[in-house]
Design a binder for this molecule. Structure first.
Ligand SMILES: [Zn+2]
Length: 234
């Protein structure tokens, strides 16, 4: 489904997580996130409708299983370069567990998730990340990186200034047009996450907000984000 000219939401993913495809002016395709392990075939099929040979870059917003599940398979099928924030690299390459904070949830959740993703979902990490990016970096895809930590330490949002597109990963989510904080249990640093949302709300000219979960916000996007940020407790 085309959200705005040049930006597509991969069809047929179901309600779990969103994957986006960006048609670059140079003719290439940039995939943004890679869904669950079972989603790789759907992503490849969708990219095939636009020209699979054009898919040469994959930007990962953050290293959660529902955003990197299909990464290794899509990368192997296309040879695309994999791009993420420097802090997220070891998680995406499977050498470090996701930070869940220091509470009892972390002690149970981290080993449990590793077992579930490997044994039951057949997840394998991508072999290597090719490009590491930092805050404010302008990417050849036309996006500026907005480092938005809190949910994970290396989460990045992507801002496309000419078309007013803001892709936020799980910096926050949308549900029925309302914006909300990322899932509490999987957001170990909520104060940092709130600061990231306030920073995203300072971006001017936002027309479209695309979250990792929930429908894209295409009406009054900038005002809605500003109101959401203002509503957050300090
Ligand atoms: Zn996440």
């Amino acid at each position: 489904m085309q959200i705005v000219p040049g930006l597509h939401l991969v069809d047929g993913m179901g309600a779990v997580v969103n994957v986006y495809v960006w048609e670059r002016p140079d003719g290439g395709l940039t995939l943004i996130d890679a869904g669950m392990p079972k989603d790789a075939a759907k992503i490849l099929a969708f990219a095939g409708t636009l020209g699979i040979e054009r898919l040469d870059r994959i930007i990962i917003t953050h290293g959660d299983i529902d955003h990197i599940g299909g990464l290794a398979e899509v990368q192997a099928a296309t040879g695309a370069r994999v791009i993420c924030h420097a802090v997220e690299k070891d998680i995406i390459e499977g050498r470090q567990a996701r930070d869940m904070g220091y509470g009892p949830v972390a002690r149970v959740y981290v080993p449990l998730m590793a077992m579930v993703t490997e044994r039951f979902m057949g997840y394998r990490p991508v072999k290597k990340v090719d490009e590491l990016v930092l805050d404010k970096q302008m990417l050849p895809d036309g996006f500026q990186v907005v480092h938005s930590p809190g949910h994970t330490a290396g989460l990045i949002a992507l801002h496309q200034p000419e078309r007013g597109i803001l892709i936020v990963g799980d910096a926050f989510g949308s549900r029925d047009g309302k914006l909300h904080m990322p899932v509490a249990m999987a957001t170990p640093h909520k104060d940092v996450a709130r600061d990231s949302i306030r920073r995203l709300a300072e971006i001017k000219g936002v027309q479209v907000i695309c979250c990792g979960h929930g429908a894209p916000v295409t009406q009054n996007a900038e005002a809605r984000l500003q109101a959401f940020a203002a509503s957050l407790e300090s």
